[in-house]
Design a protein around this ligand. Sequence first.
Ligand code: UD1
Length: 382
Amino acid sequence: MKIINIVGARPNFMKIAPLMESYRDYPHIRPLLVHTGQHYDEKMSDLFFRQLGIPEPDLNLDAGSGSHAAQTASIMTAIEPVLLDERPDALLVVGDVNSTIACGLVAVKLGIPLIHVEAGLRSFDRSMPEEVNRVLTDSISELFFCTEQSGVDNLLAEGIAPGRIHLVGNVMIDTLLRNREKAEASNILAEHGLEAENYAVMTLHRPSNVDDPAAMGRILDAVQTIQQDMPLVFPVHPRTEGRLRHFGLSGQLDSMKNVLRIPPSGYLDFLKLTANAAVVLTDSGGIQEESTILGVPCITLRENTERPVTVEVGANRLAGNDTGRILEAYRRSRLAERGGWAPPPFWDGKAAERTVAVIDQWWDEICGRQRESGELSATAGS
Ligand code: UD1
């Protein structure tokens, strides 16, 4: 079985790493890795490949940045000849970025079955580009791997046959558990003079927060107060860096003495930073999940989450971008007991193993059906 695996943007890399490793237990599966090049900076891409031991991509499409339409179109145009050339038996995509839908759409139109890892998550907020990508990718996928029960329920409600949906757990958490010890060796706390459990970490990159100067201003007002209570580390996404400058908000941030504004961190440094933080403030999806497993209270700077299990277990609070609500969530998070919640089911480091086992079985069944219909010789495909 030849399966092409797609990565494009930073949050894809930690999801693909354990899958590439699990394929090794199945010598008859030949995985190819294609990087779309949606993220291309050393700190947004290459560093993750090295730290997570992801094999060099078999191909890089070098799509780069652009408007949603331009980026999606250039990924589609670049992946089509690859799929025509390679003729894989399946295409696997992870998450919800533009690379996910772009490659998925091209594959299904060429008759290549699409496998979606992290399927079924829904924020029910169509103003988020990722929500559109999620809904569309799921509407054309063949096989669905879910991280939490809400994903299964959403897919069933959308009419997907139960036999195609598999609750396997969270491949991003596989990577976190595998790298936790390694991350302990990071010097990031000492480098910045941070004391464990006595600082906050913040990440921001969603258009709803960083493309609107009023929203970004309200978040910075909350940061102003929080940094008077404890240091706040802020690894700045390139998109956010650009917006801060564009809106003239860089100066306000620079004037806050207890804010450490640093470039985007590598995986291991960031894991060490979150694991030891008193509280995490973020608009990322993955960081809500990571802090849940690390036992660190999370404040999500959004009105909704497609990962409701993180709120249900008590690890995560939704605060939007309103200054008062962020500060109230901060106060409550400070009172919360670290790790005082149970991990969601199957977030145990074995999600990739389960996923590849299901893919293997699915392929076996396809080959069996083809044999019965005489399309395949008795020995091929086994
Ligand atoms: C993308 C994903 C988002 C994910 C995020 C993680 C989509 C729709 N969004 O958002 O779901 O949470 O990645 O980071 O796919 N840039 C660089 N260097 C890079 C990459 C980007 O400087 O290596 C800058 C460029 O100015 C670019 C901007 O960041 O225009 C935005 O990058 P893009 O990939 O379009 O979206 P993200 O905001 O990173």
